[in-house]
Design a protein around this ligand. Structure first.
Ligand code: GAP
Length: 648
């Protein structure tokens, strides 16, 4: 079974050097993470596996590494400066800040109904509403009629109140409406919106939009924000790598004499000042993306037998889905989700998200595959015909000196190519692969008598914990409490549930007893924990069943005895042979059993042990991580053994 909680993965990542909290010596910095020795290897492997698949294995994709900082005009014409924002709101009582859509999602239906009742749609400024108009409402297409869409939507919401609208759809509309509605502060407060952190009605500020791009300046700036000098020097840390690709479309096409269709791939850092980052490295403010912009013929130039935009889109969805599966994601936890018309980004004709079923918080997007049409290349081009500007809802671009069009020698015509964009998160992918690979399992059947003894002690542990919980609840002054009653309650529930699954749950119970906050300072816990820990060490293991291509360490080499120089010499020589090719480690710091466990925990697919038989016949033991099977292989055959299995 894959990881049950993000906490399990986070603990392992910290304990074994994958991911550490950033700036920890100064108390950390909101959701920034440092990638340790094993993390940097694994993240590098994720990116390499992607690059191999989308660049090396294809004939029609080139690579690129564009600068993180680009002209501010890029972000003005891409639409990010005006619209790349999330709505936020603060509770004046608690000081808590929320993304408005997340806050609304956490409300009971009753409160959303109240909110609807307090919005007077008829009084809303239609000019503002045009920007948030959906492309369709129900079955009606409103692409060319935004005011009609708003009218239909408002009527539907007012008439049906909640009946025909699911909560998430309703929230998608209410959040942007609440940011422009003149009486929004009144409405949100009259509706009695609840603060999820206290479960009490909050006292809310005006909901407002917050741009997610981090600002910086090129060169020294002495004048105030918004001054001419400040605006001229202002730059943004890129919130997506895609725009760097659009900027280089013509460079790549001309310098490599590429014919459409072809793609440009880029891996790199992106930054978003997320209002609510979280779930470990799932949503962070600094992250890495792996993006392809695949340039294709516009529909009117597609000839018989060639793929059109819809077919290219489907092809990329299939290819990308297979990449995730090929690296070990089970199909039960990977799905394609079609974005509804009202979810689509302003540039997208159709987007399909690939989602992974994460532990605890459920389905989360790991990649989006969008049909961006000719939106972006047109947005950055001068001299775009008026009818195309109207179709794409773009303003003429007087800043650009380029026209990103392409002469098609087959069609003997110039056109702006369309774009299919598969866009994945590298750091988010690493979390998905870690969750999928994490397993706790028995390595051998633990002695029944010892399991029974643990089972027999658990009711007493729970009874004692519940007594401490009651005592703590009686303590009027919470600052004086020795124990946290809520934490004890959670601990007891988890322990009871895990006890029913013994012996499979040995490691889980070990972690509960040693790490759960509700288990602290309880005497019976202190007595039971060493027994559980010993049995878990003897009979169970944590193993990361990572695809070998993703594993941070590919090979670990051990001498059976560290005080036998003849064994140590051979083991060191084997390690040195493979070190130039892939991450290989030599270790003699513990007994073989413990060394295997340590490597299992970080996902090392192969361990080689040099023993006395090696001195006789030049063979070593190769132990395979998942099956734990061992086979003897001659030193000469090792190279082929590893290289064929590492091939992706
Ligand atoms: N160029 C299109 C684009 O950037 P997106 O859906 O905003 O689309 C693409 O982002 C991918 O980047 C997501 O599927 C996700 O894997 C990753 N991503 C986005 N925001 C992220 C964040 N705050 N932290 C980690 N990964 C993120």
């Amino acid at each position: 079974m894959p990881a049950r909680s993000i906490e399990q993965v986070r603990n392992l990542c910290k304990r074994r050097g994958f991911v550490f909290p950033g700036s920890a010596a100064y108390g950390g910095l909101g959701s920034f993470w440092d990638y340790g020795p094993l993390g940097v290897e694994m993240l590098g492997n994720v990116k390499r596996a992607w690059w191999r698949d989308v660049v090396y294995k294809r004939d029609d994709v080139e690579g690129l590494d564009a600068a993180i900082l680009m002209s501010r005009k890029v972000w003005q014409h891409s639409g990010h400066e005006a619209t790349f924002s999330d709505p936020l709101v603060d509770n004046k009582k608690t000081g808590k800040r929320y993304r408005l859509d997340h806050l609304l999602e956490a409300q009971p239906q009753r409160v959303l109904g109240e909110l609807l009742a307090h919005i007077n749609f008829a009084s809303m400024p239609l000019t503002k509403l045009v920007n948030i108009a959906p492309q369709s409402v129900g079955d009606v297409d409103y692409t060319m009629n935004p005011l009609g869409a708003i009218g239909h939507l408002a009527a539907m919401l007012i008439e049906s109140r909640m009946h025909h609208v699911s909560t998430d759809r309703l929230v998608r509309w209410l959040a942007p409406i609440l940011v422009v509605y003149p009486e929004r502060e009144l409405a949100i407060n009259k509706a009695g919106v609840i603060d999820p952190s206290t479960q009490e009605v909050g006292e809310w500020t005006n909901p407002r939009n917050f741009n997610l791009m981090f600002q910086t300046h090129i060169g020294p700036v002495v004048r105030a924000a918004g001054s001419e000098e400040e605006l001229a020097a202002r730059a943004y840390l890129r919130p997506e790598t895609a725009q760097g690709i659009f900027m280089n479309f013509a460079h790549v096409q001309r310098s490599l004499a590429r014919k459409v269709p072809f793609g440009i791939a880029q891996v790199g850092k992106a930054f978003r000042n997320e209002i609510t980052p979280g779930n470990f490295i799932f949503r962070t403010r600094e992250f890495e993306q792996m993006e392809i912009e695949f340039f294709i013929k516009p529909p009117q130039f597609v000839r018989e037998g060639e793929k059109n935009d819809a077919q290219w889109h489907d092809e990329w969805i299939k290819q990308r889905y297979e990449w995730w599966m090929g690296l070990g994601i089970d199909e039960a936890r990977l799905r394609k989700r079609e974005q509804s018309a009202d979810e689509l980004a302003h540039y997208s004709k159709r987007t399909v998200d690939l989602e992974y079923l994460f532990p605890e918080f459920g389905w989360g997007e790991v990649e989006g595959i969008a049909n961006r049409t000719d939106y972006d290349l047109s947005a950055h081009s001068r001299d775009i015909p008026a009818e195309d500007l109207a179709r794409l809802k773009l303003e003429p671009n007087a800043d650009s000196v380029e026209k990103f069009d392409y002469f098609d020698p087959d069609a003997k015509a110039r056109y702006i190519p369309w774009v299919i964009e598969p866009s994945a998160g590298a750091t988010r992918a690493m979390l998905a692969f870690l969750c999928e690979a994490y397993h706790e399992e028995l390595t051998k059947e633990p002695p029944t008598a010892e399991v029974d003894a643990i089972k027999a002690e658990i009711p007493a542990v729970i009874k004692n914990a519940q007594k401490k919980q009651k005592d703590a609840e009686k303590e009027a002054d919470s600052a004086q409490r020795k124990h946290d009653p809520a934490a004890i309650e959670a601990f007891c529930a988890a322990l009871e549930e895990a006890a029913a699954r013994l012996p499979q749950s040995l490691l889980e119970i070990d972690a509960l007893l040693s790490e759960h906050s509700g288990a602290q300072n309880l005497e019976p816990v202190k007595k039971l924990q060493p027994k559980v820990n010993k049995l878990a060490e003897d009979c169970a293991r944590v193993v990361l069943k990572l695809h070998p291509a993703l594993a941070p360490i590919k090979l670990a080499v051990f001498p059976l005895k560290k005080n036998k120089p003849e064994l140590v010499d051979i083991a060191r020589r084997i390690a040195q042979t493979y070190q130039p090719h892939f991450r290989t480690v030599y270790d003699d710091s513990a007994g073989i059993g413990r060394l295997y466990r340590r490597q299992d925990e970080v996902g090392t697919p192969w361990c080689v042990t040099v023993d006395f038989q090696t001195l006789e016949d030049n063979t070593v033991t190769v132990r395979e991580r998942d099956s734990m099977q061992q086979q003897r292989i001659s030193l000469e055959a090792l190279r082929e053994h590893f290289f064929t299995r590492l091939h992706v």
